[in-house]
Design a protein. Structure first.
Length: 680
């Protein structure tokens, strides 16, 4: 990786540095729902990015895909029709082949766990998207060693409001969204409701030359969400959420000439049908503690397939059918003003239990099936000690037992039981109304596991891997200036990983299908860098914003694919820089304009070879007119039609597989469209 800073990086560093020298402002504090105490963004001792509803709408985002690469040190693997496989600070899976749940980055929507299957990341009518970087195990358990993405959709309102949104554009884009919210009746403390529907259809930017079709990589997605807020008594609030996501997407994204023209005769699918619900109860009836109960249940049925040779020459396909059921229950007890320890220490204690059952049926040069279940039992707690009115020392601990059971059609059975722990210690100091700073040390963990779905005869070295731990060090400065409308955040971090888990693939003549996909442990890995963002309202009408991630990663070890040794090389999907810089203008007459540029450095695709992507820059622009009751926008994504890769492989299609080539999955080309929104 090239570690030199280009002019864009230097310029953004200068802006972030300058932001620290202005006088005071006060911006609305944002509450982080993923935190145990639901602290504000300014007070939370962690590197966290929050995208509010206004920011999501200004950028025209209706899925987390639309803003993911604008988030510092966050990347994704284009191995599916949506950004299901996410990397934070170089940690995260990149493919769909190994079957068993093994997420490094947690993904939740309204307290429902969708880690590893995050196609449900629709953000229409969303309150905020929270991206927590670094290990979040004390908050979220073993599924979040690399970080956590938490989507909070809008809650019901005590007043009536409704909105309709429609979009049309290139690639046969058609979108329609509806939101309505309000009280059930006009009585005091009446129950409140919110209903949301969003439909997306598009062709997928590919032309299948064999079939003469342009929709084989298309998306057909429906999201329904209902919320109900109840007030059983003056001390209790009950929030009920129901979610239905029906995604019937094609998967025909790969071409042998790395173009947008495919040759498959059996285009693949990337489908997900999820039905889920959550119930959150908050009670302040006892003056000594606040009781929070979170209950969630989710069921998902998925199909992932593609044409085996990406052409019409052969008739084989890779096909994986997956079903997943999850159940979880969490209880939290947190202190009140009257029950603080010693009058200055907030406390929190909690219990968590979950059960996940997953079945996989894979057809690929044969048939195999797997059954996997994992039961988690956790206890966690946190103490926030106020040394004085400006300084807080926080410590947290989570102990989690993972009880696994795995079997497959090859007659293999495993039932390991691991107890793991994570902890954090942080020191926060609010110097004044402008500055607050923190430093922290966090221990993260991730359980070991299996590589199910392998054919009969696969060597045992590919079948399992050990638990991983890491130590994360951070120091950060958060600044808010009222006089000039500016806020900024900057964090420096270092992550030291032990037994790092990394996924790979190889040709092995001893296996039944020759190709084996697996997760393995390397000798060591580390990441260090800087994450920064700013938002500056220069005047009443003009705002500039930006974010930056600078990162160096290092991995050492010998992959299982015969003799390919890695020493002091960057981790896969870990660009050295990731920058977003933009501006927006709103006139008093209703005219609106926004443009931004995202720059991403080159990165390695895998640890099984040395092929890399190219660095690239994507420009987005948006102009429109905004009235009190309606808005209309003309927009362009990837305005300069930049060609860039989101995933890559290096292999040979033909035995004996000794003449490999590089194959890249391309990101979306330029798209121009129109969006209208009506409020009533």
């Amino acid at each position: 990786m090239n570690s030199k800073l280009n002019p864009i990086t230097i310029a953004l560093l200068g802006v972030v540095y300058s932001a620290q020298s202005f006088a005071e402002t006060s911006l609305n504090d944002i509450t982080i729902g993923a935190d145990l105490f639901e602290s504000t963004q300014q007070d939370m001792p962690a590197s966290v990015e929050v995208l509010t509803q206004d920011e999501l709408q200004d950028q025209g985002a209706n899925h987390f895909d639309d803003v993911l690469l604008k988030t510092p040190n966050v990347n994704f693997s284009g191995q599916s029709s949506r950004a299901r496989h996410i990397q934070i600070r170089g940690m995260g899976e990149r493919d769909e082949y190994t079957g068993a749940p093994n997420s490094s980055v947690g993904f939740a929507v309204d307290d429902i766990d969708f880690s590893g299957i995050g196609m449900t990341g629709n953000v229409f009518d969303t309150k905020q998207v929270e991206v927590l970087r670094g290990p979040q195990n004390t908050r979220y358990g073993q599924s979040a060693i690399g970080g956590l993405i938490n989507i909070q959709t809008n809650d019901p309102t005590p007043y009536r409001e409704s909105m309709i949104e429609a979009s049309a554009g290139d690639d046969s884009l058609r979108e329609f969204g509806l939101m309505t919210s309000g009280p059930i009746n006009n009585e005091k403390d009446a129950a409140q409701y919110r209903f949301v529907m969003f439909k997306h259809q598009s062709d997928g930017f590919r032309h299948n030359e064999t079939l003469g079709r342009s929709d084989t990589n298309g998306r057909d997605e429906l999201t329904l969400r209902g919320k109900l807020r109840l007030f059983p008594n003056q001390h209790t609030t009950v929030d009920i959420t129901a979610l239905h996501a029906d995604l019937n997407n094609g998967y025909d994204a790969w071409a042998r000439d790395n173009s947008f023209t495919t040759l498959t005769n059996q285009p693949g699918e990337d489908d997900q049908l999820s039905n889920a619900a959550s119930v959150k109860v908050v009670s302040t009836a006892n003056p000594n503690f606040v009781l929070t109960s979170k209950t969630a249940i989710a069921g998902s049925t998925m199909r992932y397939s593609y044409d085996e040779d990406w052409t019409a020459a052969l008739s084989g396909t890779y096909l994986n059918d997956k079903t997943r059921q999850t159940y979880s229950q969490e209880l939290r007890f947190s202190s009140t003003e009257t029950s603080k320890i010693g009058g200055n220490t907030d406390w929190l204690a909690g219990l968590y239990a979950s059960k996940l059952d997953e079945k996989n049926q894979t057809e690929y040069w044969g048939s195999s099936s797997t059954d996997f279940s994992i039961t988690k039992l956790s206890g966690f707690g946190q103490l926030d000690v106020a040394i004085n009115d400006k300084t807080t020392v926080s410590t947290s601990l989570r102990v989690e037992n993972n009880n696994n059971a795995f079997s497959n059609s090859n007659g293999e059975y495993y039932a390991p039981n691991e107890t793991l722990w994570g902890a954090s210690l942080s020191y926060s100091h609010r110097y004044n109304d402008k500055y607050s700073a923190y430093t922290s040390v966090t221990r993260g963990f991730k359980a070991g596991g299996f590589n199910p779905g392998q054919p009969s005869g696969t060597p045992s070295q590919y079948l399992s891997y050990d638990a991983e731990t890491l130590i994360n060090y951070e120091i950060g400065l958060k600044s808010h200036f009222a006089a000039i409308g500016l806020n900024s955040n900057i964090t420096a971090f270092y992550m030291d990983r032990h037994n790092p888990q990394i996924d790979g693939y190889t040709y092995d003549p001893n296996s039944g299908t020759n190709w084996v996909f697996y997760t393995e442990n390397f000798d060591s890995a580390s990441s260090y860098g800087i994450e920064a963002d700013f938002n500056w309202q220069v005047s009443e009408r003009f705002t500039t914003f930006g974010s930056m991630g600078l990162m160096q990663t290092d991995v050492n070890g010998t992959p299982l694919n015969s003799g390919f040794s890695i020493s002091n090389r960057a981790l896969p999907h870990s660009p050295n820089y990731q920058i977003n810089l933009g501006a927006k203008y709103r006139s008093s007459q209703g005219f609106y304009a926004q443009a931004d540029i995202t720059a991403v450095d080159k990165f390695y695709f895998d640890t099984t070879h040395n092929d890399q992507s190219n660095a690239y820059k994507v420009v987005n622009a948006r102009i429109g007119y905004e009235a009190n009751d309606y808005e209309v926008y003309l927009w362009a994504k990837n305005l300069t039609d930049e060609r860039y890769a989101t995933r890559g492989f290096y292999f040979d299609f033909n035995a004996p597989y000794t003449n490999p080539s590089e194959y890249e999955r391309l990101g979306d080309p330029r798209q121009i469209g129109l969006t209208a929104r009506v409020y009533f």
